[in-house]
Design a binder for this molecule. Structure first.
Ligand SMILES: Cc1cc2nc3c(=O)[nH]c(=O)nc-3n(C[C@H](O)[C@H](O)[C@H](O)COP(=O)(O)OP(=O)(O)OC[C@H]3O[C@@H](n4cnc5c(N)ncnc54)[C@H](O)[C@@H]3O)c2cc1C
Length: 579
């Protein structure tokens, strides 16, 4: 039987390695939980065996239900009926099947009905689902709202909402409004506390809300009257049972059509405050969006994977000039670069997931016992890396999903432009990945911190210290030179007086330069350390292919940075098309 996990040997490595072992041991309380709970694993191997079974079931459902349903979902789409969302029939079938198979609540603690699995596994589920049906991966992936509830809500709220998520109730994240997109500080939806009713009440409009009619919604609202910035915003949980939110419309979209994007009207909607007032945007939504960005990273890898597979199959079958088109250098070059980018994004996806998991797990452990000074330092370190890696992952993997889908359509020639082939759907689905959950430009804004603080350089140097196989030494040398070039460019851009605008101008180039180096290091590390058969050689080659492209791009960026100086910014600022 077809299976999206088992047909992809690239995934194996991420299901078992050193950092994961540490995460699982921490999550499982050194496997002491098994003494009182027979569903808890007795050791690391037992845990992995259990996780792998779950992943195999997801891989099977993806290949045999979700993927075959995707075309019908794309054609049918969801509808608004009596102010509420009705999913496309295929989406409903997908959701029911995942629910019946008990596949919600993967990473939630067992005490709330979850499976206590690592974030890497939840991310892999999102990747597999993204490959099968990108629209559905939003509906499934939004359960990461429950992670925010688990982190910041009261015990009473956790008892109420988390078991429901584990049973398959759906979630939504209601942040965006017509005048508050990238700039969430401008959110206006009003929250006031009604003394008589003893509850918070929400009034206003939200727009572009994925799965807006979900059972459980996290809503960002202005709780502090007279405020105008992020410090006046709080986070609320709204329960659909109140029936006080109407879906005014579902957007007519270019892609991810199965995922309902809703305009919502809140009318005296009762809601509960999550955590403390005024920390809604500053603390909780930042955490929520970071989790969602990891999810879009996974979705992007999934879309890139399916696009690559479509392109590969077509290139093997299509014959021109008497041979399969895959024989032409112009085609196999495209395909090999597509594959290298996917493997690079995947390496970054699971590295980021593990860093996020490390600090989150320590955060939860710290609620139960005092952390040792070493553990506290480790938590701080992984928080820093997760914050630096998340925007880099989101930016690069979503741009790669677009480029891989685009190139795959190109390989299909004229057929790719026809609705008969699925690649047009993947191109459409990919297009949103670098827009929502913060556009690529906003990921760059987030990455500037990692650039200016030297976090990326620190990691590059750390990776340079990993024991290197003889065949990989020339690649490591190139990466070391690329790091030196990156350092030189960062200094050049940041060491000027009034450098802020100059840094913003070149930030995307610097972020991509860092991305090429870090992604390549992760691939090289896999080549150097993997115990999976054949990985060392394959990843040596993939790193080489990825590096050729990344090195050329970095050289181009370095040349551009040197050629556009501060005085030139006037030229860019002043040029107007209507002049
Ligand atoms: C299909 C879909 C699903 C969505 N789902 C959700 C959801 O579930 N929940 C939710 O809350 N929101 C959701 N959104 C909203 C989404 O997150 C926003 O659309 C996105 O953050 C961009 O905001 P905007 O559309 O208002 O664009 P704008 O913020 O107006 O941006 C327009 C352009 O300006 C650029 N720009 C803006 N500010 C800066 C800056 N400081 N520096 C550089 N460039 C900048 C942007 O990069 C972009 O190119 C969804 C959107 C879509 C299309």
């Amino acid at each position: 039987m077809a299976n999206f996990l088992l047909d992809n040997k690239d995934l194996q490595y991420y299901l078992d390695h050193e950092l994961l072992k540490k995460i699982v041991t921490l999550k499982e309380n050194n496997f002491k939980d098994a003494e009182n709970d027979e569903s808890a694993p007795v050791n690391y191997d037992d845990a992995l065996e259990g996780y792998n079974k779950v992943m195999e079931i997801i891989g099977e459902i993806c290949a045999n239900t979700l993927a075959p349903n995707a075309e019908g979902v794309d054609a049918e789409g969801p509808q608004v009926v009596d102010d509420h969302v009705v999913y496309a029939s295929g989406t409903q079938e997908n959701h029911d099947m995942m629910k019946q198979a008990g596949l919600y609540g993967l990473s939630l603690p067992r005490e709330y009905g979850g499976m206590n699995m690592p974030l890497a596994h939840f991310s892999m589920a999102s990747e597999l689902i993204g490959r099968a049906d990108a629209g559905f991966s939003n509906i499934y992936g939004l359960q990461d709202c429950a992670e925010t509830i688990n982190e910041f809500a009261s015990e009473e709220q956790k008892q109420e909402y988390l078991p429901r998520v584990s049973k398959g109730e759906t979630c939504a994240m209601d942040l965006t409004e017509p005048d508050a997109g990238s700039d969430l500080q401008a959110v206006q939806l009003k929250a006031h506390y009604d003394e008589e009713k003893g509850t918070w009440i929400l009034n206003g409009v939200k727009r572009f809300i994925t799965n807006g009619d979900a059972d459980i919604s996290l809503v960002l609202a202005r709780s502090e009257e007279g405020t105008h910035d992020g410090r006046g915003l709080s986070l609320f949980v709204y329960d659909r049972k109140h029936m006080a939110v109407k879906v005014r419309r579902i957007e007519h979209k270019f892609g991810i059509i199965g995922s309902p994007t809703c305009e919502l009207v809140f009318t005296d909607a009762p809601a509960e405050l999550v955590g403390s007032r005024k920390l809604g945007l500053i603390r909780y939504v930042m955490g929520l969006m970071n989790a969602a960005r990891l999810g879009i990273g996974a979705q992007s890898v999934g879309i890139a994977e399916v696009s690559y597979r479509e392109g590969l199959q077509y290139a093997k079958e299509r014959k021109q000039f008497g041979k399969a088109i895959i024989e032409f250098p112009a085609v196999y070059e495209l395909l090999s670069n597509m594959k290298a980018r996917i493997c690079a994004s995947r390496a970054m996806l699971y590295e980021t997931a593990n860093n996020v998991d490390m600090y989150k797990t320590y955060f939860h452990v710290s609620k139960k016992r005092k952390l040792t000074p070493e553990e506290r330092a480790e938590m701080k370190y992984h928080t820093k890396i997760a914050d630096a890696y998340t925007p880099l992952l989101k930016m690069m993997s979503s741009e790669y999903a677009n480029s891989v889908a685009y190139d795959s359509l190109q390989i299909h020639g004229g057929s790719g432009f026809m609705m008969d082939y699925p690649i047009q759907r993947h191109v459409r689905d990919a297009r949103i990945t670098n827009i929502y959950e913060g556009t690529t430009q906003l990921q760059v804004v987030a990455a500037i911190k990692g650039i200016a603080a030297g976090t990326y350089e620190e990691k590059m140097k750390e990776y340079e210290g990993i024991k290197c196989l003889a065949m990989n030494k020339p690649l490591l040398e190139r990466l070391t030179n690329m790091r030196k070039q990156y350092e030189e460019m960062v200094s050049y851009v940041t060491e000027l007086d009034n450098a802020n605008e100059f840094l913003d101008f070149h930030a995307r180039r610097l972020a991509e330069m860092a991305g090429h180096i870090i992604f390549a290091h992760l691939m090289l590390r896999r080549s150097n350390t993997s115990k999976v058969e054949g990985d060392s050689e394959e990843y040596h080659t993939l790193t080489n292919i990825y590096l050729n492209d990344g090195e050329a791009k970095n050289n181009g960026y370095a040349s551009y940075i040197k050629s556009v100086n501060v005085a030139d910014l006037d030229m860019f600022r002043d040029i107007k098309l209507d002049k």
